[in-house]
Design a protein around this ligand. Structure first.
Ligand code: NAX
Length: 335
């Protein structure tokens, strides 16, 4: 039998954790032939909820699930981890300043990065979901000097999938036929969802939009006034309509990210926040979202895309925010 892959999930007693566990155990993330061992990490207050989820996993009798263990100690939880899903984070509470938020999360992602460095498997792949995801990934990576920086990523696949959903509805094409959409920058309101290169069943999306919306100017207006803000603020829209934040869609995007990282991106590029190599003017070392392909188990930034003035401006604005966050955590001594 195949040796199980060890998956460590933090925040396993929380909402996204609950939605993730059952998809992982069913094989949706690592495939139908790969057994998994689940290590669940929680803080003491969350341990009972994680234990409850573990009972339900047992009750689901997933043939691929070889073992589940609950921990409140990072070193033990990351021992032998091949895949690390960093979902647990400190949310912003009322009256909390940004510096407090970054410090609280530095207190989580610094030690978790160090634990990954000390205890994880050599091939560990890390995705940070907990917000502020890009900067939390930067903090974790900076505490894991022995792990190649390219193994630390953050989730912007949810933003990417949200963009696909909006486009599919607007150009009336099945969502699976849309390609070459990109989320650039930070997982925040400054992100830039870019459709300049997008295609729908092979046709240019900008051309389809112009035809549908009555010309290039109206298409541009729709892009700036409706599409970009709708995608960037979709999280708030979900909270307003659903009465609770995005959970299943966030878990689904996390599965998509890790599945594609391991198994490849047969349909061309997707979006992920990865450590910048300086591409597209994004300062080296920042964890920023790019168009990426997964080749031989490694994310590669799609090279040489032409960017117009508008795109360059939007990317620069989001990257400026990432630089600010990096400088803030640096001055707080968190990296
Ligand atoms: P919940 O509050 O339901 O769950 C978080 C869990 O993490 C809690 O059970 C808590 O006890 C645990 N936790 C806190 N600190 C921990 C630590 N040091 N080690 C282990 N566990 C710890 O939040 P949920 O709705 O599951 O969201 C989780 C995170 O995802 C939040 O930070 C949220 O902002 C972020 N999101 C990120 C998204 C993205 O696209 N990058 C989208 C969805 C989501 O908003």
């Amino acid at each position: 039998a195949k040796k199980p892959i060890t998956v460590t999930l933090t925040g396993a007693g929380g909402q996204i954790g609950y939605a993730l566990l059952f998809r992982i155990a069913s094989g949706a993330m690592l495939g139908p032939d790969t057994p998994v061992r689940l290590n669940l990490l929680e803080i003491p207050q969350g341990v009972r909820a994680a234990e409850g989820a573990a009972l339900e996993l047992q009750d689901s009798a997933f043939p691929l699930l070889s073992h589940v263990e609950v921990y409140d100690d990072a070193r033990s939880a990351f021992h032998g981890a091949n895949v690390a899903l960093l979902v647990g984070a400190r949310p912003r509470s009322a009256g909390m300043e940004r510096g407090d938020l970054l410090t609280a999360n530095g207190g989580i992602f610094g030690p978790q990065g160090a634990a990954i460095n000390a205890a994880a498997a050599d091939d560990v792949r890390v995705i940070v979901v907990g917000n502020p995801a890009n900067t939390n990934a930067l903090i974790a990576a900076s505490h894991a000097p022995d792990v190649p920086a390219e193994r630390f990523t953050a989730l912007t696949r949810l933003d990417h999938n949200r963009a696909l959903g909006q486009l599919a509805a607007t150009v009336d094409t099945p969502v699976g036929d849309i390609r070459r959409v990109t989320i650039w920058g930070n997982h925040s309101a400054t992100q830039f969802p870019d459709i300049a290169h997008a295609t729908a069943a092979g046709d240019s999306v900008p051309a389809l939009l112009a035809a549908r919306l009555g010309g290039t100017d109206s298409a541009r207006e729709w892009l700036v006034d409706e599409f970009i803000p709708r995608v960037a603020k979709r999280g708030a829209e979900i909270i307003e309509v659903r009465g609770s934040s995005s959970v299943a869609s966030a878990a689904s995007a996390t599965i998509d990210h890790m599945r594609d990282w391991v198994a490849g991106t047969p349909n061309g590029w997707t979006s992920a926040a990865v450590v910048s190599d300086g591409s597209y003017g994004v300062p080296e070392g920042l964890v920023s979202s790019f168009p990426v392909e997964s080749v031989d188990g490694t994310w590669r930034i799609v090279p040489d895309l032409e960017l117009d003035e508008f795109a360059r401006h939007r990317i620069a604005a989001s990257v400026a925010e990432l630089v600010e966050e990096r400088d803030a955590v640096r001055s707080l001594g968190l990296i």
